[in-house]
Design a protein. Structure first.
Lengths: 110, 115
């Protein structure tokens, strides 16, 4: 079973920052948080990951709370092409497979 | 640099038939994982192949089987198809010795419809 909880859906206006929350209250100290997204009719695509510190790349920023029980994915300037299902995943060290939950369906509104 | 290639893209089969789906991994990757994604759901792990052996398996019946070839490509076979097997089947490739570090690359999937 997935170890994360995400809202089913969210809306965001084009050009604004999209903030997608994720709860992972049972995360262990050596488990990473990963984010993937799936645009309609495509396979999931890696976005970003982190352990403790906040992370930023060309696609997004990841903010992890100090207790590591939750995180937020930030798309700084959302565009229509960011409309997708976003999956928050906790990497289980002893497993080499990705366990997906149901994700958050993000709608970017023009 | 070719990513993960899956074939066919769409397929329609009749209940009770058998189907074979194919996957070519990203260049440099040696591990293939298969996922089933029903409409509106997240992908569910079926199994993973590494060094031509099934390394891990999810909660799927024996009707689902696979194979990996020496060139790292893989097949997913489903026997005695049921209506509930209708789904998007995704293949993901990675590097077996360091899958998370190498990153999982997904194909666009095969859409299977069972009628």
């Amino acid at each position: 079973d997935a170890k994360t909880t995400q809202p089913t859906s969210m809306d965001c206006a084009e050009g604004r920052a999209a903030n997608l929350p994720c709860n992972h209250s049972t995360i262990s100290g050596n488990e990473y948080v990963y984010w993937y997204r799936q645009i309609h009719s495509q396979g999931p695509q890696y976005i970003i990951h982190g352990l403790k510190n906040n992370e930023t790349n060309e696609m997004a920023s990841l903010i992890i709370t100090e207790d590591r029980k939750s995180s937020t994915l930030i798309l700084p300037h959302a565009t229509l092409r960011d409309t997708a299902v976003y999956y928050c995943i906790v990497r289980v060290d002893r497993d080499d497979k990705i366990i997906f939950g149901k994700g958050t369906r993000l709608h970017i509104l023009p | 640099d070719a990513g993960v290639t899956q074939s066919p893209t769409h397929l329609i089969k009749t209940r009770g038939q058998q189907v074979t789906l194919r996957c070519s991994p990203k260049s440099g990757h040696d591990t293939v994982s298969w996922y089933q994604q029903a409409l509106g759901q997240g992908p569910q792990f079926i199994f993973q192949y590494y060094e031509e052996e099934e390394r891990q398996r999810g909660n799927f019946p024996d009707r689902f089987s696979g194979h990996q070839f020496p060139n790292y490509s893989s097949e997913l076979n489903v026997n005695a198809l049921l209506l509930g097997d209708s789904a998007l089947y995704l293949c993901a490739s990675s590097l077996g010795t360091a899958p998370w570090q190498s990153g999982y690359t997904f194909g666009s999937g095969t859409r299977l419809t069972v009628v």
